[in-house]
Design a protein around this ligand. Structure first.
Ligand code: NI
Length: 183
């Protein structure tokens, strides 16, 4: 696990793509050994971008890099706990489902209740390319599932009923238009 001091928070920030940018719908490819240098640069920039937003999770496709890399920090008990996951894969999920409110840096200022498995097991490579497994529940379980969805071009709004999704996306489009108007 990373310590806060390991994170180069002055790494270059990356622009976060906003829905309905078609780049958010592309499936990211698995990272290979050949990507090591690229990923070593990408992870600090993803953390810097995520903390600046601020957000609790970021997936590489959100910054236009279609690689299976995610960064997460849900800061349990307000303690920074950065997690970088390379090629994450859900290996088990609970039958029990829970509803939690979600948001997304690519769907700014919009929130909705999403139903997902309450607990998941995830295998991944950490930032040092060490194989690890994570058992998550609560907010971390929702967050890791949400970020892995991004790697498959899936957004949390896809879980909503068409009616709720349309209302949310219309509100987002209106807010984005106003934002551009004020620039
Ligand atoms: Ni998101």
């Amino acid at each position: 696990m990373l310590g806060m001091s390991d994170i180069q928070t002055d790494a270059p920030l990356l622009p976060v793509l906003v829905c309905p940018d078609p780049q958010l719908r592309k499936v990211a490819r698995a990272v290979t050994e050949a990507d090591k240098a690229l990923v070593a640069k990408l992870i600090p920039s993803m953390f810097a971008t995520m903390y600046k937003a601020p957000g609790i999770g970021l997936a590489a496709p959100q910054v236009g890099r279609h690689l299976r890399v995610i960064t997460i920090d849900i800061a349990p008990n307000d303690v920074p706990t950065p997690l970088a996951l390379i090629n994450p894969e859900i290996t088990a999920e609970s039958a029990e489902m829970v509803v939690q409110q979600e948001g997304c840096l690519s769907v700014p200022e919009q929130y909705a209740d999403v139903t997902r498995p309450a607990r998941v097991k995830v295998k991944y490579l950490d930032e040092n390319w060490v194989k690890r497994e994570l058992e998550a529940d609560g907010l971390l379980a929702a967050c890791v599932q949400h970020e892995i969805d991004h790697l498959n071009g899936v957004l949390f709004v896809d879980y909503l009923t068409p009616l709720k999704r349309n209302i949310l996306l219309r509100k987002l489009a209106k807010a984005q238009k106003e934002l551009k108007g004020n620039r």
